[in-house]
Design a protein around this ligand. Structure first.
Ligand code: ZN
Ligand code: ZN
Length: 348
């Protein structure tokens, strides 16, 4: 009984915390003169003219989420065990492996890259409560090939896991590519090999070109750092391959421009989960919007992500991939979608 009350109270507190942590507060501040339109005095904002994220509706929806248990939302994806042996032996073959959620291992031009690496048991500021991992990582951390670069899209707990980035830094000392503001956060946990970029800025790395590109989202890890650090998508260009990683985003018109300026892309990693009960979530896309992003980008192959891994959001676990495949079929794009299992590797 006491345990139940404690559990309920901690769930309530955490839920309230997450409402604030994950809430985009559209800033009333206007941008500095001369500064890009997504910059405000103490942070960043979304730029679509019709962008809005009402706090009350979101709080009510999220509060309900705190009391919904994972089993009621059905089966999670099955893991394809990957011992990493082929990837560690690989030279030039471009591969990609879905580890789970937004974590991918990319191999391109003999460079090994991780996106939003997360090997933790929870996507939460604390170890005893918060969204649990429901599906183990598709590959053990110990089985990874040497990691040269890490790409971070934003600072939310399901994308930037402190224990994982510390472990990567200790094991491989990779270069971290991050949007504005995350360099200082990484410095606090002892990580200094960091390239920090604003939207549309570019950096060469081991023969690749990495470009920080826009997204519509939010940031923050506590109550006092809301939207202080930038969120972004990323482009990786190799000798003859181009890849787009959407990070976490709502649907807006930036993706056409990204495709025109930096495409055509061979592969696009696009989130399909996190819309919960929203018809149109301002900061996440539903599967139909994800397909629209894929079309806007003009990419060749879509690989969905950001679903079925953590006990986050409200949609049933099978819903995002089922809706994605229905929409792809409706548009005659089913051959262009690679719906992977955690642990699965494909060549691209
Ligand atoms: Zn996020
Ligand atoms: Zn996320």
């Amino acid at each position: 009984m006491v345990v139940d009350v404690v559990r309920m109270l901690s769930a309530l507190l955490l839920t309230l915390g997450l409402v604030l942590i994950d809430t985009a507060v559209p800033s009333a501040l206007s941008p500095h003169t001369d500064a890009p339109s997504h910059h405000v005095r103490d942070g960043f904002r979304n730029v679509a003219p019709d962008y809005a994220y009402p706090l009350i509706g979101r709080a009510l929806r999220t509060l309900r989420l705190g009391f919904e248990h994972a089993p009621a939302r059905g089966r999670t994806p099955a893991v394809l065990t990957n011992d990493g042996a082929e990837l560690r032996a690989n030279g030039m073959v471009p591969t990609l492996t879905w580890i789970g959620h937004s974590t991918f291992l990319l191999q391109i031009d003999s460079v090994n890259i991780l996106t939003d690496p997360h090997w933790g048991d929870r996507a939460s500021p604390v170890m005893f409560t918060g969204p649990r991992r429901l599906v183990p990582p598709g590959m053990r951390f110990e089985d990874l090939p040497p990691i040269h670069a890490v790409i971070i899209s934003h600072d939310h707990y399901d994308h930037l896991d402190e224990a994982t980035v510390r472990r990567l830094n200790a094991a491989y000392h990779p270069t971290f590519f991050v949007p504005l503001g995350i360099k200082a956060w990484l410095a606090k946990v002892g990580i200094t090999n960091v390239v920090e970029l604003d939207w549309w800025e570019t950096r060469e790395f081991r023969g690749l070109t990495l470009v920080c590109t826009p997204a519509q989202h939010s940031s923050g890890r506590g109550l006092l750092d809301q939207n202080r650090r930038l969120w972004s998508s990323w482009v990786v260009r190799g000798r003859d391959r181009r890849l787009f990683f959407a990070g976490d985003t709502g649907y807006y018109d930036a993706f056409k421009e990204i495709g025109e300026r930096l495409g055509p892309f061979d592969v696009a990693f696009i989130p399909i989960g996190g819309y919960s009960a929203y018809e149109r979530h301002p900061n996440h896309v539903n599967p139909e919007e994800a397909v629209q992003i894929f079309e806007d980008l003009g990419a060749r192959l879509m690989v969905p992500m950001h679903f079925g891994t953590f006990d986050l959001n409200r949609e049933p676990f099978r819903e995002p991939p089922d809706r994605l495949m229905r929409e792809a079929l409706r548009r005659g794009l089913e051959e262009s979608v690679a719906l992977l299992s955690p642990g699965q590797t494909i060549h691209w």
